[in-house]
Write a protein that binds this ligand. Structure first.
Ligand code: SF4
Ligand code: SF4
Length: 217
C-alpha cells in the first residue's frame, strides 16, 4: 500500500506557529496519518489536550476520512460554527490534505505535520521511500529499482567506490542500491544496461509550480 509519510512538527515549532492564534479547530485524517499514528484520532485528542494546557481555546475537532479528498470540505461544513469561531485550523494530515482543505475554506491553516515522502508499506508499520517524482524516470534501465530513492547518494550512475560486499558505505546495514540493480539486471540477463550512462539529474530544470495538462486529441 502507498502512503504519504509524515512526522509531527516539534512542540516548539507548533507553539511558534500558533503563538498569535487564540482559538483553534483541529482536523486529523482517517487515512495515511491514522495509519502512521501522526494525525489520527488519538493524536488529535493529544494535540487538543496539549494546546488547551497551553491556554488555547479549541473550538472543535474532527478526523475526516481522507483529508486530500475534496469531500473533506463538505464534511467540514457540518462544523461550520465551530470553524467560524476559530482563528485557524490546525491540520494533522500530509501537505496534500492541508492544501485540499485550505482551498475549500476561508480560514488560515496551520500544518501540524511535515510531509516526508511517498512510502510503500514493506512490513507492519514500516514504509520505504520509493519515489520522489523526480520527473526523469530511469527505472526502465535499472531493473525497476529506483536509484534516486534507494541509493544514499541518489546516484543515477553507480555504484560509487564505497560499495562493500553488497552493503552501502554510508549505512552498513543497508543493501547497496547499485548492487541490487546489478543483481537484478544479471537475473534478467540484461547486464548491458549497467554500461548505459544516465544524464546527470537536472535539479534546476523543473518549472514550478508544476503543471500538467492532458493534450488535446
Ligand atoms: S527515477 Fe525514481 S524518483 Fe525518479 S520518477 Fe523514477 S521511481 Fe521516481
Ligand atoms: S554504496 Fe551503493 S547505495 Fe551507498 S552511496 Fe554508494 S552506490 Fe549508493
Amino acid at each position: 500500500m502507498i502512503r504519504s509519510i509524515t512526522q509531527q512538527k516539534s512542540e516548539e515549532e507548533i507553539e511558534r506557529l500558533v503563538s498569535d492564534l487564540n482559538r483553534i479547530f483541529i482536523v486529523g485524517c482517517g487515512t495515511c496519518t491514522t495509519l502512521t499514528r501522526t494525525g489520527g484520532e488519538p493524536q488529535v485528542i493529544e494535540m487538543k489536550e496539549r494546546l488547551s494546557e497551553a491556554g488555547k481555546m479549541i473550538t472543535g475537532n474532527t478526523v475526516v476520512p481522507v483529508a486530500c479528498d475534496n469531500l473533506s470540505g463538505e464534511i467540514m461544513d457540518e462544523y461550520g460554527s465551530q470553524i467560524d469561531q476559530a482563528d485557524a485550523i490546525l491540520i494533522m494530515s500530509c501537505a496534500f490534505g492541508v492544501q485540499t482543505i485550505a482551498r475549500q475554506l476561508k480560514k488560515m491553516v496551520v500544518p501540524a505535520l511535515d510531509t516526508l515522502f511517498i512510502g510503500k508499506e514493506t512490513g507492519p508499520g514500516q514504509f520505504n521511500e520509493i519515489c520522489i517524482q523526480c520527473g526523469t524516470c530511469i527505472i526502465g534501465e535499472t531493473g525497476g529499482i529506483c536509484p534516486v530513492t534507494s541509493c544514499h547518494k541518489g546516484l543515477v550512475n553507480g555504484p560509487c567506490g564505497g560499495t562493500n560486499n553488497g552493503k552501502c558505505e554510508i549505512d552498513k546495514n543497508k543493501d547497496c542500491a547499485w548492487t541490487m540493480i546489478y543483481t537484478r539486471l544479471k537475473e534478467l540477463d540484461r547486464l548491458d544496461y549497467m554500461r548505459k550512462l544516465q544524464k546527470p539529474r537536472n535539479h534546476l530544470g523543473e518549472p514550478t509550480p508544476g503543471k500538467f495538462e492532458i493534450a488535446d486529441g
